[in-house]
Design a protein around this ligand. Structure first.
Ligand code: ASP
Ligand code: MG
Length: 433
């Protein structure tokens, strides 16, 4: 392929490959795509497979019985292949069976080798990565039955460091690896299918990029290969102003800037993995969010655009904790105090979602983790009087107006609120439905 500017990247998440019917729908979407320009497809693990693999690994790590969980996972994948079989040629069926035989043998061997005296996170990556390996092979071979398509193992190409479970990309190596390996193949076949969420270290170990990281993979590939666009296929109509599972009357943004999208992801909008936007923005690659249930519908275009006033976006983070620090002698909170507090928060790996200062106290809202909170309390208890509340919610309204604030606040007791020019945020007790 001479002109990688024509390359498109499609990302199919877990819901879009959750069973045989979903995979048939994926094939239909790809078939409708004009296959005269190259297409790189990124696939996540089927449905809830990653959660199942996490549980499986946990059992193995704790030295508990895991065979029935493994049998269930294997049966789920074999069954999907079985259901697809009638529409596939004999060769394809045999290829899938052989690939699954190999993958499950490898998974069994990995599980048997789990060692509770060795690093948890490193071993987690070697096992939890099987979901993407299985799904991408199934999709590649099913597609190849009717359109020439090839499976691509991204792990030797997408180079990361050894930050297990949140591998950090070595951009230079990754870019040169991908260009050398992928561009020539796309001259031979127009469709390549690879895994989301995975990378590999220089010494050949598998890494994962953080839960829900397949969107990020699509962006890494698009960046390195100078793709023309990325499309993320989801079970919603595009980028919405709120999660329809939580809020009624959502609206879709037909187009939105990279900047707005990054900010929404930061506040906790779950529609796109937060790391996805930056590589795309740097190379000005548009990101389309479309529904795999209504592929002809418009969806959302995320790109470098200016827009007028956007509908307010409502974002909820649950399971929050509000922590207040007071100096013990009633002196004002000073920069020196803040330095100590921030240091302890970083040590405890507590990420600040919101903070506020008053004369003698300083408050932060963080995701709740009892372990991390304990660590923080023991580090700071001597120096500060600390109060905290758990079981809280943090709401952010981006591009708020009076009506949107009223909509969310009128029936809630706010423990803390804050507004900037664009964003209104508040912390309140968890709202029991
Ligand atoms: N399968 C992985 C997960 O569930 C990655 C992804 O879905 O993006 O976290
Ligand atoms: Mg997933």
């Amino acid at each position: 392929m001479h002109n990688s500017q024509l390359l498109k990247v499609y990302k199919f998440g877990g819901a879009s490959v959750k069973d045989a019917a979903a995979i048939i729908n994926l094939v239909r979407i790809v078939r409708e795509y004009q296959a005269d320009t190259p297409l790189l497809i990124v696939v996540s693990a089927m449905g809830k497979t990653t959660n199942a693999l996490e549980e499986l690994f946990d059992l193995a790590y704790q030295g508990q019985e895991y065979t029935s969980a493994l049998t269930r996972l294997e049966a789920f994948h074999r069954e999907a292949a079985q259901q697809l079989a009638p529409s596939l040629g004999q060769d394809t069926q045999a290829t899938i069976k052989a690939a699954f035989d190999d993958a499950f043998d490898a998974l069994r061997a990995q599980l048997a080798a789990v060692n509770c005296h060795q690093d948890y996170d490193q071993q987690y990556d070697q096992i939890v990565s099987f979901g993407e390996l299985l799904a991408s092979q199934l999709v590649a071979f099913v597609l190849n039955d009717t359109h020439p398509a090839r499976w691509l193992d991204c792990r030797p190409l997408l180079r990361t460091d050894e930050s297990w479970r949140e591998g950090r990309i070595d951009w230079e190596t990754t870019e040169s690896n991908l260009r050398a390996a992928v561009l020539p193949q796309l001259q031979q076949v127009h469709i390549l299918v690879t895994q989301g969420f995975l990378g590999g270290t220089a010494s050949g170990y598998t890494t994962t990029l953080g839960r829900e990281g397949s969107d990020y993979t699509a962006a890494i590939l698009a960046y390195c290969l100078h793709a023309e666009s990325v499309t993320i296929w989801k079970d919603v109509a595009g980028l919405l102003n709120a999660d329809p599972k939580i809020f009624a009357d959502t609206v879709r943004y037909p187009e939105i800037s990279y900047q707005e999208t990054i900010e929404m992801a930061y506040y906790g909008a779950s529609v796109i993995h937060p790391k996805t936007i930056k590589p795309l923005a740097v190379r000005q690659i548009p990101l389309y969010v479309k529904s795999f249930l209504a592929p002809a519908a418009e969806g959302t275009k995320i790109h470098d655009c200016r827009h007028g006033l956007l509908a307010p976006a409502y974002i909820l983070k649950v399971n929050q904790c509000l922590i207040s620090f007071e100096s013990k002698d009633l002196t004002f909170i000073s920069e020196e105090n803040l330095e100590v507090i921030f240091g302890a928060l970083a040590q405890a790996r507590l990420k600040i979602n919101l903070m506020q200062n008053s004369a003698i106290s300083f408050s932060v809202c963080t995701d709740f983790s009892s372990q991390r909170l304990d660590k923080l309390l023991s580090a700071l208890r001597e120096q500060f009087t600390i109060h905290y509340n758990t079981g809280l919610e943090l709401y952010s309204i981006k591009n708020y107006d009076a009506a949107s604030i009223q909509r969310l606040t009128h029936h809630r007791d706010l423990l803390l609120e804050q507004r900037t020019r664009q964003t209104f945020q508040f912390v309140c007790r968890q709202h029991l439905q």
